[in-house]
Write a protein that binds this ligand. Structure first.
Ligand code: SF4
Length: 234
């Protein structure tokens, strides 16, 4: 980019280093938008393995989204129990299905493609229990909308790297990244930061000494010098 700011240069360095270190990211197969939405709700506060197991059980137990929407709450909770927080996730899934069906008369999210990113996000987040991260993932993964999802890994690592201040929240972190990098980088950088968070920049005991970002990371440099405890921004 011409006339790059120091922050843009740093963001570009992070993007390129992670691409060199982890390569072009791969991810689980992407689903139809409504499947992705339900899977993302199931994935809140649990592992990919457990959320995908819950999703498969849901698909086996119910023949249609209509059946999921109309199922007794206790049955739906039992079906998705492995994903945890079933008492929250089951009503969220049913609320989302009701909202989609009430608008469309069918279970189809394709109308989001014709909305602006802001409109589509506003529509999704108006559903109880669908937060900005869930909406952002569905819009980026399924509709290729220019939005940068911020989950717990992205938030922690962005703070450690000094991309955002320690008091930043998911929305301000997302806006910061979106202002710093081209939208074509959102998808690969999001996935590579998550991988970095799982494999290297873990919440506890991050592996700073072997991290490809150490020279641009104030937290890592301070930690290597044993100035700050392991769990800060964890
Ligand atoms: S240097 Fe440490 S804290 Fe910084 S990004 Fe790497 S692993 Fe995370």
């Amino acid at each position: 980019m011409a006339n790059e700011t120091a922050a843009q240069q740093k963001a570009a360095t992070i993007y390129k280093r992670l691409m060199d270190y982890y390569g072009q990211p791969t991810w689980r197969a992407h689903y139809e938008p409504l499947d992705e939405l339900v899977l993302t709700i199931l994935s809140q506060n649990t592992t990919d393995v457990n959320s995908e197991k819950a999703f498969r059980r849901l698909k086996v137990a119910f023949p249609s989204w209509q059946a999921v929407m109309e199922a007794p709450l206790s049955l739906l909770m039992e079906t998705i129990r492995i994903a945890g927080l079933a008492y929250q996730k089951a009503p969220r899934i049913q609320a989302a299905l009701h909202r989609i069906y009430d608008r469309e008369g069918e279970f189809d999210l394709s109308f989001l493609a014709d909305m602006s990113t802001e409109e589509a996000e506003a529509w999704l987040t108006a559903v109880h229990g669908i937060g900005q991260k869930t909406a952002s993932i569905v819009l980026l993964f399924c509709f290729d909308k220019p939005t940068f999802p911020v989950d717990t890994h992205v938030l922690r690592i962005s703070k450690r790297l000094g991309i955002v201040p320690g008091h930043a929240n998911t929305l301000s972190t997302r806006k910061t990244w979106e202002a710093l990098i081209p939208s074509a980088w959102y998808y690969p950088l999001h996935l590579n930061i998550i991988r970095h968070g799982r494999e290297t920049c873990r919440a506890r005991q991050p592996l700073c000494e072997q991290c490809p970002l150490l020279d641009v990371c104030p937290f890592g440099q301070a930690r290597v010098e044993e100035i700050v405890p392991d769990t800060r921004y964890g």
